[in-house]
Write a protein that binds this ligand. Structure first.
Ligand SMILES: C[S@@+](CC[C@H](N)C(=O)[O-])C[C@H]1O[C@@H](n2cnc3c(N)ncnc32)[C@H](O)[C@@H]1O
Length: 246
C-alpha cells in the first residue's frame, strides 16, 4: 500500500510551504469502514489504510484537544528536545510545531519519536521532516516495554519536553517503566499530555497515576490538570507540568 502523505511529499505536492494538519487530513483521511481495527485508537497499526482511518475517525478530536491545550500552554521559551511517546503518525508533534511556526519552532533541537508501528512512525518522520524546522528527527520503533533510557539518548544540556498525546489513559503498558525512562536524564523537564476522559479501559485515573509516579522520582515537581470538552462533545483531560532530575 502506498502512503498517500509520503507520496505527496515525494511529488512535492506537500512541502514546507503548504504542509499543515488540515491539508494532511484532507489528503489522507478516509473511511474504509475499518474503525474496529483501531481498537478505540490504541491498536498498533500495520498498514496505511488504518493510518488513514485513524485520521478520519480521531483526527478532528485530537486537533480540538490540541487547540484547547495550546491556547493554555506556553511552550517554554528554551531550546528543547521533544520526546513524543507513542507518537503514532506524529499528530502531537505536528500540532506543537504548527502552533510555534511563527515563533520558536526552529528552536527545537531534536524530536525523538517512539512508536511500535513502523508504518505510523515512517509517516510521522516524513511529515515532520516536511515542516523543515531544522530539528533532528530520531525514530525509535519500539514498544515502551522494549525501550530503555539508553535508546533515548537525550542531551542533558537541553531541556526536554515530554509529549503524551492520547497514550497515558491506555492501561496496556507498565507505567513504572515509562516513568523510569521519563526521569532518566538529568536536567530540566516539561511535560504535556492530552487524553480522553473516561473511566473504563484505563482512563482518567491512569492519566493521573503518571504525575503521582513521576513526583516520587524527581525534584521541583509541579503539575496541574483540567477537564474540558472537545468539539465532538467528548470530555478530555489536559495535564501539564515540570520537574528536574539531579
Ligand atoms: C491513541 S494512539 C496515539 C497516537 C498519537 N500520539 C496521537 O495522538 O495521534 C496510541 C498509540 O500508542 C501506540 N502504542 C500502543 N501500545 C504501545 C506500547 N505498549 N508502547 C508504546 N506505544 C504503544 C500505538 O502504536 C499508537 O500509535
Amino acid at each position: 500500500m502506498t502512503d498517500v502523505v509520503l507520496k505527496a511529499i515525494r511529488e512535492k505536492k506537500l512541502s514546507n510551504e503548504n504542509v499543515s494538519f488540515s491539508r494532511i487530513r484532507a489528503l489522507a483521511a478516509r473511511d474504509y469502514s475499518i474503525k474496529d481495527q483501531l481498537n478505540r485508537g490504541r491498536a498498533v497499526l500495520h498498514n496505511t489504510n488504518q493510518l488513514d482511518q485513524y485520521l478520519f475517525t480521531y483526527g478532528r478530536m485530537i486537533e480540538s484537544q490540541w487547540e484547547f491545550a495550546l491556547k493554555k500552554y506556553t511552550v517554554p521559551n528554551i531550546k528543547p528536545q521533544i520526546i513524543d511517546y507513542a507518537c503514532g503518525q506524529g499528530l502531537g508533534s505536528m500540532f506543537l510545531i504548527e502552533s510555534l511556526l511563527n515563533t520558536n519552532a526552529e528552536n527545537f533541537q531534536r524530536i525523538i519519536l517512539i512508536d511500535p508501528s513502523s508504518v505510523a512512525l515512517n509517516r510521522a518522520v516524513g511529515t515532520l521532516d516536511c515542516y523543515q524546522t531544522g530539528a533532528q528527527l530520531i525514530p525509535i520503533n519500539k514498544f515502551f516495554e522494549e525501550t530503555s533510557a539508553g535508546d533515548i539518548q537525550t542531551d542533558s544540556r537541553l531541556d526536554t519536553l515530554h509529549v503524551f498525546s492520547n497514550i497515558l489513559d491506555i492501561n496496556d503498558f507498565n507505567l513504572q517503566h515509562l516513568t523510569d525512562i521519563v526521569a532518566s536524564t538529568t536536567g530540566k523537564h516539561h511535560f504535556i499530555a492530552l487524553s480522553n476522559d473516561r473511566d473504563v479501559h484505563g482512563g482518567l485515573h491512569r492519566v493521573l497515576d503518571f504525575p503521582d509516579a513521576l513526583r516520587k522520582k524527581t525534584t521541583d515537581f509541579k503539575s496541574e490538570w483540567e477537564k474540558f470538552e472537545c468539539k465532538n462533545g467528548m470530555s478530555a483531560v489536559f495535564l501539564q507540568g515540570q520537574f528536574s532530575v539531579q
